[in-house]
Ligand binder design. Structure first.
Ligand SMILES: NC(=O)c1ccc[n+]([C@@H]2O[C@H](COP(=O)([O-])OP(=O)(O)OC[C@H]3O[C@@H](n4cnc5c(N)ncnc54)[C@H](OP(=O)(O)O)[C@@H]3O)[C@@H](O)[C@H]2O)c1
Length: 317
């Protein structure tokens, strides 16, 4: 059940009616009625967040549900966690329900969005968070490995947006939050395919914002830096790197990446950034997470590219 307000069109002579709490099925019927535009209250957004079984996605999904939102999180193998029971027992009307989703599968993306629409009749926010990292020298990364990285991190997001945009367009409202990375602004040696996938999210979101703005859809990229999550353990190392020509340079680079991630802040810093854009009428193009990374991004604009390259090579190569 959620508290909703409906607006009767035509827009110029809108009549706002607060019809209080109704079920997902009733909401779905109302949503299809001509001349009715549903404005859910800020406290009860319907949110779909991919990759909510771990790390940033899990922390965000739980925090959003605690704030009173109706959250659908996803995993390739969803299972109820004890923390979900806490949410169910909470006085807040928010909840977190886990759905099965593999963002690499078109039908799976369609089924997840369909599930939310059948239950809620609308989708206010899509958070594209699912992702993983692959590390390896460019020369030793196969096309298959590069594709698998792009297929999850970038094409997975494309699949979800293709499902969500028509719904948000017909609602005349919606927010798409894409979880990028600082690695989508600085290309990291030995993590090139990961950087490529995150650079792609930057380009995609920039164009998306312009295309869908007239339909009331907003989009933003959140760019976390190193964050302590399951990401480090889930990282794939490209197969050929087992006997790498790049030897100690590659091994050192991996050790640094892992150390930085595990010494980084927890996912709550990223959750804060997500919360910050949720109700923004005009969110920024990108939100870099953390003061240090904001400074780095600012410096990148000022410093000559060769100097930036030198610093990155000292750090990671
Ligand atoms: N941690 C960092 O330092 C860092 C920095 C910058 C950006 N990020 C980005 O933040 C996002 C979340 O990462 P995290 O750090 O929270 O890592 P994590 O703890 O490993 O969580 C990754 C999530 O993505 C899901 N996932 C992976 N592949 C999937 C697929 N094919 N289909 C559906 N879900 C999939 C996983 O769910 P299942 O395995 O249950 O399916 C899991 O819930 C990623 O996009 C990552 O690139 C992380």
């Amino acid at each position: 059940m959620c508290r909703i307000v409906i607006a009767m069109e035509p827009v110029r002579s809108q009549m706002l009616i607060d019809i209080g709490c109704i079920s997902g099925r009733q909401l779905s019927a109302l949503n299809q009625a001509k001349g009715v535009m549903i404005l859910t209250s800020k406290e009860n957004l319907v949110i779909l967040i991919t990759g909510a079984s771990s790390g940033i996605g899990k922390a965000a999904a739980e925090a959003l549900a605690r704030k009173g939102h109706r959250v659908y999180g996803t995993s390739r193998q969803p299972k109820t966690s004890p923390s979900l029971d806490v949410l169910n027992g909470d006085a807040s009307p928010g909840f977190l329900k886990m759905l099965r989703l593999d963002v690499c599968d078109d039908a799976s993306a369609e089924a997840a969005v369909d599930f939310v629409m059948k239950a809620e009749g609308r989708l206010d926010v899509l958070i594209n968070n699912a992702g993983f990292g692959i590390a390896g020298p460019i020369e030793e990364t196969s096309v298959e490995e590069a594709y698998s990285q792009l297929n999850t991190n970038f094409l997975g997001l494309v699949r979800m947006c293709r499902q969500a945009i028509p719904i948000m367009r017909s609602q005349k409202n919606g927010l798409i939050v894409n979880i990028g990375s600082v690695a989508g602004l600085f290309s990291i040696p030995f993590q090139s395919m990961y950087s490529v996938s995150k650079y792609a999210i930057e380009a995609y979101t920039e164009a998306l914002r312009i295309e869908v703005k007239p339909f009331g859809i907003r989009a933003v990229v959140i760019e976390p830096g190193d964050t302590k999550t399951g990401f480090t353990n889930a990282r794939n190392i490209c197969r050929a790197a087992g006997n790498s020509t790049y030897g100690e340079r590659f091994a050192r680079s991996i050790r640094k990446m892992e150390k930085d991630e595990q010494n980084g802040p927890g996912p709550e810093v990223v959750v804060k950034a997500v919360m910050g854009v949720l109700n923004k009428k005009n969110p920024p193009v990108r939100v870099t997470v953390g003061f240090d990374y904001k400074v780095l991004v600012f410096l990148k604009r000022l410093l000559p590219s060769r100097l930036v390259e030198y610093i990155l090579s000292k750090m990671y190569a």
